[in-house]
Design a protein around this ligand. Structure first.
Ligand code: UDX
Ligand code: ADP
Length: 519
């Protein structure tokens, strides 16, 4: 075993345990800090070296959408590292240990199956796992605060703080703590205080890193396997901080090219995550704003997006007009960012970012208004089929899905919703639409949901919706049969030929709709 003697050398020792570096021979020199070693020590090709020391252990607190896939990827790419994922929720851990994983993510099952029980473990023994490992990833939820100061804007760090207190209570050896959850800027500083003040052994050193996750749900495994970049923030102005950053960089270097591993100071890394999500969401709100103008002017938002996207300075991604962005990150992170701006007296900057969320809300309510006005201003007791409930395709996640707000809006106007989503359970929909379930029926097949419906609203861009037999669907729906495509994925011209009245975001308005709306 490697004996750890100081906080500075501990990060290096971690690398040694990982098998990523070899201790210097002889280890007589007192200064064993990594930057003084030649690059070859950081090589991941170790075939010329003696057999690897015992595998190192890392653990991750929080077995959710981020923690689960990220740790599965580390386990797959680093067979010499033992990875333990812990969570307070017994059902969640049981699901990870079963054939039915708690989250749907393409490619995840295969990786978990290949590693589980070998170097990937899921357990509720939070304290045991923390005590044993050198590096702890923290990937707990950080929702928007519901009450108190910063209500509706600031990030709620209750779970983070609880995790930090547990780490402090059980740590007997130095730990590198890696922030994975999105957190307000300078959270690391606060967490460090909690750790230091709550650890009974004052010799234990905690080195905190920010390593924000940029994976998107639905493509998490490919994003993790081939990231645009890995960002590691640490106290790089000091040696211990640099060593800790290097230790984490070595984990990623097992599969990520060195040039894609970016190093930054702690606060820059924390802010970069909020900024990245704000920029991405801002693009969607911008194209959604354009979609409203396109409808008013008979321009076509897809053509506008294409024209914009072919400008290499703008680029083609994230320019799909939609009924609104959802997901656990965008809204939460923008509100958090804006709140931080407010706290620094930057009201104008805060307002700029709030407007991105405001535009998203506008897009959802605009969609509801279109449905109601198109259907002769009354949807009372009309069956409206909702295709898709997840916030995007290839996930069963419904956090902040636009389907919730649109569904609420339609029900407020008296509609009876018939919901079908290939991956979202009836129980989840019932939780999300609490208080409104009398007006909702969930179906196991799209055809059942569409049977007898007056209208269909497309809420998620699932590929299967494009492949449906829309002629057959037309046959089972009430007439006039309306399609409201909130994702612009269907063949609108083909649908019109069949006989549907079609509303598509940002597209020239169908004359039937114009007359119905009195436009
Ligand atoms: C996002 C970030 O992309 C990711 O880097 C971060 O780690 C977490 O937050 P995620 O929310 O999983 O990922 O999915 P993303 O693909 O970004 O989509 C977010 C929302 O925007 C979805 O509702 C999606 O449908 C919507 N969207 C996306 C659009 O409406 N139009 C687009 O062009 C792209
Ligand atoms: P994300 O999308 O960021 O991964 P999730 O909500 O899917 O967020 O997952 C966060 C997980 O963290 C949840 O399963 C929750 O039970 C777990 N968790 C929260 N606090 C703690 C804690 N103190 N110790 C262990 N697990 C925790």
């Amino acid at each position: 075993m490697v004996k750890i003697t100081s906080s500075t050398s501990r990060a290096f020792a971690f690398l040694v345990i990982l098998g990523a570096v070899r201790p210097p021979k002889p280890p007589a020199a007192p200064d064993r800090r990594m930057p003084h070693f030649p690059r070859r020590f950081f090589s991941t090709s170790l075939s010329h070296l003696p057999p690897s020391p015992p595998p190192a252990t890392v653990c991750c607190i929080g077995a959710g959408y981020v923690g689960g896939p990220t740790m599965a990827m580390i386990a797959q790419k680093c067979p010499h590292i033992s990875v333990t994922v812990v969570d307070l929720s017994q059902p969640r851990i049981d699901a990870w240990n079963s054939d039915e994983l708690p989250i749907y993510e393409p490619g995840l099952d295969e990786v978990v199956k290949a590693c589980i029980g070998k170097n990937l473990f899921f357990t509720t023994d939070v304290e045991g796992a923390i005590a044993k490992c050198d590096m702890i990833f923290v990937s707990v939820n950080t929702p928007t605060k519901k009450t108190g100061l910063g209500k509706g804007k600031a990030a709620d760090l209750t779970y983070w703080e609880a995790a930090a207190r547990t780490i402090a209570a059980v740590s007997k050896t130095d730990k590198i703590i890696v922030e994975k959850s999105t957190v307000p800027v300078r959270t690391a500083e606060a967490i460090e205080k909690v750790l230091k003040r709550n650890c009974s052994d004052s010799t234990v050193q905690f080195n905190i890193l920010s390593n924000p996750e940029f994976l998107a749900e639905g493509t998490a495994m490919t994003d993790l396997a081939n990231p645009d970049r890995v960002l590691i923030g640490g106290k790089i102005e000091g040696q211990a901080g640099q060593d800790a950053v290097d230790a984490l960089a070595e984990v990623y270097a097992n599969w990520v090219p060195q040039e894609r591993i970016l190093r930054a100071n702690l606060w820059s890394a924390e802010l970069s995550k909020l900024a990245a999500n704000a920029f991405l969401a801002q693009r969607i709100s911008s194209i959604n704003a354009m979609s409203a103008l396109c409808e008013a002017t008979s321009a076509d938002v897809s053509q506008v997006a294409h024209a914009l996207g072919t400008d290499s300075r703008i680029g083609p991604k994230f320019l799909n007009a939609s009924v609104g962005f959802g997901g656990s990150c965008f809204q939460k992170d923008i509100l958090n960012l804006a709140y931080i701006c407010e706290c620094h007296g930057l009201k104008e900057v805060a307002d700029y970012w709030y407007s991105v969320v405001g535009m998203n809300d506008y897009q959802k309510s605009r969609f509801v208004k279109r449905v109601v006005s198109a259907m002769f201003n009354t949807i009372r007791n009309k069956k409206i089929a909702m295709l898709g409930f997840a916030f995007k395709k290839d996930t069963g996640d419904t956090r902040e899905t636009p389907a919730i707000d649109v569904g609420r809006g339609l029900i407020e106007d008296g509609a009876k919703l018939a919901i079908y989503d290939p991956k979202v359970s009836e129980e989840q929909i019932a939780m999300d639409m609490e208080g409104l379930t009398d007006n909702i029926t969930c179906y196991k097949s799209a055809m059942e949901a569409l049977d007898g419906a007056h209208a269909v609203t497309v809420m998620t861009e699932w590929d299967e919706f494009k492949a449906y037999d829309w002629k057959k669907i037309y046959g089972v729906m009430q007439k006039p049969a309306f399609v409201f495509d909130g994702r612009n994925i269907l063949d609108h011209e083909g649908l019109k030929e069949i006989g549907f009245i079609v509303y598509a975001l940002g597209k020239p308005i169908d004359p039937f709709l114009k007359s119905a709306e009195g436009a």
